[in-house]
Write a protein that binds this ligand. Structure first.
Ligand SMILES: [Zn+2]
Length: 655
């Protein structure tokens, strides 16, 4: 008895000690120790505009799902004035949010859904309209912005709840998330028009939050139910706060990021990004993928606000945990849940929303750290996972996709056991699950473009490569640079620099895959950047030729895959397309794709070579485990494929 008693006391003491230590460590982590400046300054939206294929893709989106989503899912967008006359109140019973639920009933907790659908869609729509200077769409975007501003109450409230509900929650709600998604689009409109009335409306909406959820005196993330998706999406409100801080330099916005992350971390919520969970390095990521990947930048915002080493450690751990969740293409696992399982080229889907949100977090970290690796990760995701989840032949996307994609008929690679699984198909809406991914598929290119250039006090930096034009000021002087290239489908990049007369560094991120580079002027290399220092005058040009090589790499599971420069290659598989749904708008439809013939080949340790110069087509030999022979195979960029094999297991005989 005695020994048991002492054992229990010892155990409790240990638990208490651990708890106290954890609390001390936890509380201490949110103490402000200073603040950290961002290494690079992100450029405001609209200072970088797309050219070439990226502009073409945005124009195609405007002709396709981005330009027509309101007509494709009118009940979710046109028939629900959720920020205006249809604001949610205690009397709201139910509304169509476009999802199939198990028991056929709609649950109150999902009632914020249409705000996300509408505002994420509008954000991509507004940005695409502006970046392509499409006057008809810009006029429509203006009408929408004016309408949203007209819904703002005199106290600044902009959101989806009537007075009886707003800021009074102890459970799932979309208060902060509905504002986050709306205000992102409004910020884009402000940057385009520089209309201070818009900025004032945004600031007033944010101060209404800060008054009603006072810092350290309220608990915006409190929920009696730990599964509260709309509530925890709301941590992304830090995006708005950071942007306002960048505009007007007021530290109160940045400080509020720290408060939000602290409250989010201290509530009982099933979320991976909570501080104490991140500090447990044995705990894998389990949560809803898109939350986890967007929360990465909220933690980064809290760390840069506080300069606290505890948050620095959490951020480092977070990145370590994300690494095994990413596939060869950069696609981050989560179908919809990460569920503690690693990425797998065949067995784990990734969601379009997650691709967009992790990309957005990587570009934020690229600005904060200046670390060229985040540029490489961003390019990998955009050129491979994101392009590879679009239908290359018509305007539709996959909600869930895998690197190895052998069937796109609803279930994961032909699985039919879960009847409600319809995400593995191509649709311009995906209304049967949720219209979340299509709006984000319209956002990703504009967000990529915005981060293609950044600056610091004496340099203008091409952080992500591709065809675009930047116009900004450096050292107080206007500079315009046109980046002429078809990158990543061509590896020569010409920068046409135009300025009156200015001395500054032109920096260009040097892709790590380039085995050789030729630069047309004198340059230096430092920490992953090519740097050209000179006094620029009038119009001058700099050309860089990057030399890629076809390479064989291994994914986290030891499967082999091929790359060429920034592109991941795939063995395309012939498929039969089956139309499964039509829309009143004739040019749109949902599609299933079945394989025409099916063979899964293995790595044969054979070389790979380009079939013709200037053609992105490669040949190799792969092992067929059925015929037990090597057979020739053609590889093309995975972004051009529907059904495909990207990774190849080691030859079965070698195992
Ligand atoms: Zn989604």
């Amino acid at each position: 008895m005695k020994s048991d008693f002492y054992f229990i006391i010892l155990l409790i003491s240990c638990i208490l000690m651990v708890t106290c230590q954890s609390q001390a460590q936890g509380n201490d982590a949110f103490q402000k120790r200073g603040s950290i400046a961002e290494t690079f300054q992100p450029l405001p939206f609209f200072e970088v505009v797309p050219l070439g294929w990226i502009k073409q893709q945005m124009q195609d989106n405007l002709k396709g799902f981005t330009g027509h989503l309101d007509s494709l899912v009118p009940d979710l967008i046109l028939h629900d004035d959720i920020y205006g006359k249809d604001r949610l109140s205690r009397h709201t019973k139910s509304k169509d949010v476009g999802a199939i639920t198990e028991n056929g009933e709609l649950q109150a907790q999902f009632l914020w859904w249409n705000s996300e659908t509408q505002s994420n869609w509008r954000d991509g729509y507004i940005r695409s309209a502006i970046l392509t200077m499409d006057q008809a769409h810009i006029a429509k975007a203006k009408q929408y912005i004016l309408k949203m501003i007209s819904t703002q109450d005199s106290d600044g409230y902009l959101g989806i709840y009537d007075k009886d509900l707003r800021y009074k929650f102890d459970n799932e709600n979309g208060e902060l998330w509905a504002k986050t998604t709306l205000l992102r689009g409004m910020l884009a409109w402000y940057y385009f028009t520089r209309d201070f009335a818009i900025l004032k409306a945004i600031e007033s909406a944010v101060s209404n939050v800060m008054v009603n959820y006072p810092a350290y005196k309220s608990h915006p993330f409190h929920s009696v139910n730990p599964d509260a998706g709309g509530l925890t999406h709301g941590l992304a409100f830090t995006d708005i706060l950071q942007e306002l801080w960048r505009i007007n330099g007021k530290n109160e916005y940045r400080d509020y990021c720290l408060f939000l992350y602290k409250d989010f971390s201290e509530e009982v919520l099933n979320e991976d990004a909570q501080f104490m969970k991140l500090m447990d390095t044995t705990l894998p990521l389990k949560g809803h993928g898109v939350h986890t990947y967007e929360h990465l930048r909220s933690l980064a915002a809290a760390y840069y606000t506080s300069a606290n080493p505890g948050l620095k450690a959490a951020l480092k751990n977070f990145l370590v945990k994300i690494a095994p969740e990413t596939a060869a293409s950069g696609g981050p696992a989560g179908d919809e849940w990460i569920a503690g399982r690693k990425a797998d080229a065949t067995g784990r889907g990734y969601e379009y929303c997650s691709i967009h949100e992790l990309l957005n977090s990587y570009t934020d970290l690229l600005a904060k750290t200046g670390d060229a690796d985040f540029g490489e990760l961003t390019e990998k995701m955009f050129f491979n996972a994101a392009q590879g989840s679009r239908n290359p032949f018509e305007s539709s996307i996959a909600y869930l996709k895998t690197d190895n994609s052998y069937s796109m008929c609803g279930g994961l690679n032909g699985d039919t056991t879960v009847k409600t699984q319809t995400r593995y198909k191509y649709s311009p809406a995906h209304q049967d699950v949720a219209a979340c991914c299509v709006p984000n598929a319209g956002r990703i290119a504009p967000y990529y473009v915005q981060s293609m250039w950044m600056k610091d006090s004496k340099a203008l930096i091409a952080t992500l490569l591709g065809p675009c034009e930047v116009e900004t000021s450096i050292m107080g002087k206007r500079v315009n640079i046109e980046e002429q290239t078809a990158y990543p489908y061509d590896y020569k990049v010409t920068f046409i620099v135009t300025t009156h007369e200015t001395e500054f560094d032109l920096k260009i991120r040097r892709p790590s895959w380039a085995t050789k580079i030729i630069v047309s002027v004198e340059y230096k290399e430092d920490k992953g950047y090519i740097s050209i220092h000179k006094r620029w005058k009038g119009e001058e040009s700099v050309s860089i030729q990057f030399f890629p090589e076809a390479a064989v790499r291994q994914d986290i599971n030891g499967e082999y895959f091929y790359t060429y420069g920034p592109l991941v290659l795939a063995r395309p598989l012939q498929s039969i397309g089956i139309q499964t749904k039509t829309y009143p708008l004739k040019e749109f439809r949902d599609m299933h794709y079945r394989p025409l013939t099916m063979s899964v080949l293995e790595y044969a340790n054979e070389g790979v070579k380009q079939t013709k110069p200037d053609r992105l087509e490669f040949s190799t030999a792969l092992y067929n485990p059925v015929s037990k022979k090597n057979e020739p195979a053609i590889l093309i960029p995975m972004g051009q494929t529907i059904l495909r094999q990207v990774t190849f297991k080691p030859k079965s005989e070698d195992k």
